[in-house]
Design a protein around this ligand. Structure first.
Ligand SMILES: Nc1nc2c(c(=O)[nH]1)N(C=O)[C@@H](CNc1ccc(C(=O)N[C@@H](CCC(=O)O)C(=O)O)cc1)CN2
Ligand SMILES: Nc1ncnc2c1ncn2[C@@H]1O[C@H](COP(=O)(O)OP(=O)(O)OP(=O)(O)O)[C@@H](O)[C@H]1O
Length: 205
C-alpha cells in the first residue's frame, strides 16, 4: 500500500502536489505518463470508445498525448476549449492534423473553437481529465476553475448518463487519503496512474 498524501486544505495540497510534479525530470514525466496511458489503453472500455477527449498538459501535469499513438482507426480525439460564451464550461473541439491553436486566458494552448468541429460533451465516450489530486472514491480536485464540474454536471443529475466515462490521468503521488466532496463535484469514474488503474462505484465493467 503506497503512502497517500494526507488530507490537507486545498491550497497547501495543491502546492505540495505541484512541487512533487515539478520535481520530476522530463524523462520521468514521459515514462510515468506513458505507463499511466498504457494501463488505460489496455482496457476494453478504451477500445470501445470512439470519441475521446484528451488535454494538453501544462505545469507538469501527466501527459495523455501518447494515447493517440495507441489509437484504433475509428477513434477521434478532442481537446477542451474555454467556451466562447464565458459560461465557465468547456467545449470539445476535434484534434487532427489540420487543427490550429491559440493560447487561452490561462496561457494553455487550445484549438480555435470552430462550431463545425465542436462535439457536445454528452456525445463523447471517454474524457481523460487533468487533475491535481484524487481519492479512493473518485473525488477529483482540479486547478480550481470548476470547468470540468460545470461541463459534466449532467452526469450528477440523470441515471441515464453513465457516458461519457470520466477518467483522471495521474501520477501515483497525486492520490490523497481523502478529499471533501462538494455538492457540485462530479466524481471520476476511473483513474489511471503509473502504478494503478481504479474503477470507482459507477457500474462500469
Ligand atoms: N492542461 C489543462 N488544460 C485545461 C485545464 C486543466 O486543468 N489542465 N482545465 C481544467 O479545468 C481548463 C482550464 N482551467 C484552469 C483553471 C484554473 C487555472 C489557474 O491558473 N488557476 C489559478 C492557479 C491555480 C494553481 O495553479 O494553483 C490562477 O488563476 O492563478 C488554469 C486553468 C481547460 N484546460
Ligand atoms: N455546476 C456548477 N455550477 C456552478 N458553479 C460551479 C459548478 N461546478 C463548480 N462550480 C464552481 O466552480 C468553483 C471551482 O470549483 P472546484 O474548486 O471544484 O474546481 P476544480 O474541479 O478544482 O477545477 P477544474 O474542473 O477547472 O479543474 C467552485 O467555487 C464552484 O462554485
Amino acid at each position: 500500500m503506497p503512502t497517500l498524501i494526507p488530507s490537507l486544505p486545498k491550497p497547501p495540497l495543491r502546492r505540495t502536489i505541484q512541487r512533487q510534479r515539478s520535481a520530476l525530470s522530463q524523462p520521468e514525466q514521459i515514462q510515468l505518463s506513458q505507463q499511466a496511458v498504457a494501463r488505460l489503453t489496455a482496457q476494453r472500455l478504451f477500445r470501445n470508445a470512439r470519441h475521446i477527449a484528451l488535454y494538453l498538459p501544462v505545469r507538469g501535469e501527466a501527459d495523455p498525448r501518447s494515447v493517440r499513438h495507441r489509437a484504433l482507426p475509428r477513434q477521434h480525439f478532442y481537446l477542451p476549449v474555454l467556451s466562447p460564451f464565458r459560461d465557465g464550461r468547456l467545449w470539445f473541439v476535434r484534434w487532427d492534423k489540420s487543427t490550429r491553436f491559440r493560447l487561452n486566458r490561462f496561457r494553455i494552448p487550445e484549438p480555435y473553437p470552430h462550431y463545425r468541429q465542436h462535439r457536445p460533451a454528452r456525445w463523447l465516450d471517454l474524457v481523460i481529465a487533468p487533475l491535481v489530486a484524487f481519492d479512493h472514491t473518485g473525488t477529483r480536485m482540479g486547478m480550481g476553475g470548476g470547468f470540468y464540474d460545470r461541463t459534466f454536471a449532467f452526469k450528477r443529475c440523470t441515471m441515464a448518463s453513465l457516458r461519457p466515462y470520466l477518467c483522471g490521468l495521474a501520477y501515483h503521488f497525486q492520490q490523497a487519503e481523502s478529499l471533501t466532496r462538494q455538492p457540485w463535484d462530479v466524481p471520476l469514474d476511473l483513474v489511471t496512474s503509473d502504478s494503478s488503474f481504479f474503477r470507482f462505484n459507477t457500474g462500469i465493467y
